[in-house]
Design a protein around this ligand. Structure first.
Ligand SMILES: C[S@@+](CC[C@H](N)C(=O)[O-])C[C@H]1O[C@@H](n2cnc3c(N)ncnc32)[C@H](O)[C@@H]1O
Length: 267
């Protein structure tokens, strides 16, 4: 159980652009053990502390349908990619604080964060959910239907950038979204940011997952990074630097899951 949670926490956001490590001599279990120095607790001090957070604050409040989805994908070979329940709980709180009604998600996978968003926003809320992988989305779709929130979801099977560009062709979409969640390819983080800053309203929030990249952002050079984490290491560090210096947003780097960066649009 703890191991699975660890995988969820440490690897969410890797997915399709995950490198093929066949031939490197590492099994996936071995990667999980070796990639980062942290244990199952992720970025927390100990496994016990992480377990405490989950059992005290997260699981007792997690919607039953979200738990059902988690259980259903537990044996999926890439179940580690789903947003971790503690990160999800934080996201739901932000959505509520913002009174978010219109949102965008880039990186859906089997839909944990999507279902959570759909459950949280009001009945007439809308989510544009973009992913290149319709098959994964369809694994989670029965849960979205069972929760009676399918009417809020507009799933678009596509690369993220062209969809955001298309939205920006219609001026009415500018500054019209309350919230965006980016949990997809790392190489495009800066490109997503530029587009989302035009789509999300002033005061709205853009949330980026995996911004501590398994703790590897502190390593001095690429050779010190495990192969599993090398492919987006530089992109993540550059993105973090860029965001820290971006005067258009208020930010907070949150040590939840694999690291989440919250940006509030200022102007
Ligand atoms: C970490 S998973 C998303 C997890 C999801 N938020 C959840 O809670 O289950 C990342 C997803 O990003 C998608 N993805 C990767 N590159 C993409 C791109 N360029 N455009 C759109 N989706 C992309 C993958 O297909 C994968 O499903």
């Amino acid at each position: 159980m703890i191991f699975l949670l660890y995988c969820c926490k440490m690897y969410s956001g890797i997915c399709l652009d995950f490198p093929d490590l066949s031939g490197t001599g590492f099994s996936e279990m071995e990667h999980t053990a070796k990639v980062v120095s942290h244990g199952p607790s992720g970025l927390l001090q100990s496994d016990e502390l992480y377990d405490y957070v989950l059992t005290t604050s997260v699981y007792p409040r997690e919607a039953e349908i979200l738990k059902e989805l988690r259980d259903a994908i537990a044996n999926h070979p890439q179940s580690y990619m789903a947003t971790a329940p503690d990160g999800g709980q934080f996201m739901a709180l932000l959505l509520k604080l913002l009174n978010a009604k219109k949102t965008i998600e880039v990186g859906v996978f089997t839909g944990y964060s999507l279902l959570l968003t759909a459950l949280t926003i009001p009945h007439d809320g809308k989510i544009i959910a973009i992913d290149v992988d319709r098959e994964a989305y369809e694994i989670g779709l029965p849960f979205i239907k069972k929760a009676n929130v399918e009417h809020k979801v507009n799933f678009v099977e596509s690369q993220g950038l062209p969809v955001l560009d298309k939205l920006l062709e219609n001026q009415e979409n500018e500054s019209s979204f309350d919230f965006a969640f980016v949990d997809a390819d790392r190489a495009n983080l800066k490109n997503y940011h530029e587009r989302l800053l035009r789509l999300v309203r002033v005061g709205g929030v853009i949330m980026y997952d995996n911004t501590l990249w398994g703790g590897t952002v502190t390593l001095a050079d690429l050779s010190a990074v495990h192969p599993m984490r090398q492919f987006a290491w530089k992109d993540t560090i550059e993105f973090n630097k860029m965001i820290a210096g971006d005067p258009r947003v208020d930010i907070s780097q949150v040590a939840l899951g694999d690291g989440m960066t919250i940006c509030r649009r200022i102007c």
